[in-house]
Design a binder for this molecule. Sequence first.
Ligand code: PA5
Length: 372
Amino acid sequence: MIKLNFNQQIDQGKITQILADIGADPMGGWMNLPQEIDINELMRIKEAARKITEEAEYLVCIGIGGSYLGHRAIIEALAPKSEVKIIYAGNSLSKRELDKALSEVGDHDFSVLVISKSGTTLEPKIAFEAFKQKLVEKYGEQAAQRIYATTDASKGDLHDEATANGYTRFVVPDNIGGRYSVLTAVGLLPLAAAGVDIDKLLEGAANAMQDLNTPAQYATMRAYLAEKGYDTEVFASFEPATMYFNEWLKQLFGESEGKNRQGILPASVIYSTDLHSMGQFLQDGRRNLWETIINYPTDEMNAKVVLAVQKAHTAGGIPVLSITPESYDEKGFGELIYFFEMACAISAKLQGVNPFDQPGVEAYKQELKQLL
Ligand code: PA5
C-alpha cells in the first residue's frame, strides 16, 4: 500500500464522476489493464523475451517518450540481471548518440525492438533505419527474424512494414496512449528481456487498483496547491537509480496537464546530489513550488536525509508531500506506476483538461518538417 504523509479531504461525488469519465474515455483502457491483461499476450511477450536472450548479446530498444521512458525507468531502477544487455536508441536526433549506440553493439550478436504507436515518429524512424541496415549487413536474409516491433493494431508505416516483412509484432492497444502504456507490450517486452519479473510488476499495479482513494487524495492536493498559486511540483528522490522514473513522471504529468495555458510544471531532483546544486533554491528561492518526495525507504542513512530535508524545506516555507511505496522492487514500482497514472488522470480532470491528448507536441514536428 502506498502511504502519504498527508490526509486530504476529497469531494467524493466529483471523484466518482471523474473515475466514471476516465473509464468511459476512448483512451481510458489503461485503467483496468493490470487485471484485464490478455494471458496469451503475456505468454507471447515472455516467449519473445526468452528468444531474444538466447539469440542476442544486445537488445537495441528504439523508441521515444511514452514508447521509451517507462521501461527504461524500471530497468535503471531495478538493474535486473539478464543475459542480454539493453541499450536505447531513437530517443533523440543526435547523430553522436546514434553512432555511439551503433558502435557499442559493434560486432556483437544483437536484436532490435522498435516501438512506435504512430509508426511515423522521426527519432525512432531514423534509428531503426540505421540498425536495420546493420542487421542486414550482419545477418542478411535472417535479419527480419531479429526484429521485434510494437505498433498500432492496424495502421501506420511501422505496422505495415512489420506485417509485410514478418517481424515479430506486438500491439499498443487503441484505447491506451503512449505515456499510459508501460504495462502493455510497449514496456513489458523490454522489461521481460531485461530480466524484470513482469508478473510481479503487474501484481503491484493490480494491488494499486484496489485503492483509488489515495491517488484521488494526492490529485486533490495538487489541484488545491495549484489554486493557491504553487505552479511547480518538484519530484524528489533519494535514489540516483530512479532518475529515469523522475523523467517518466515529468512526461506523464507534463504531457497530460500542460495545455490550454494551464498545468503544473513538473520538475525533478535527485538527493542528496542535488541538495548541493538545487538545494539553495528549494530552501530559499521563489516560493511558487512544492516538493513531492518519493520516499523509497532503501537504507537507514537515506531515511535520515529524507527526514532532514522534510524538516528543513518545511521550515523554508514550501509544502512537502511524501509518497512512500511498499517496497523497492517490481511490486513496489508496479504500484507506483498505477498510482501515478491514476493520480495524473484525476488531477488533469480536476483542472479541466483532457489527460489523454497532446496536441502541442505536433507544433515542433510541423516546423521541423518544413525545415527538412
Ligand atoms: O505519450 C505520448 O503519446 C507520446 O510521448 C508518445 O509516446 C511519443 O511521442 C512517441 O510516439 P510513437 O509511439 O507514436 O512513436
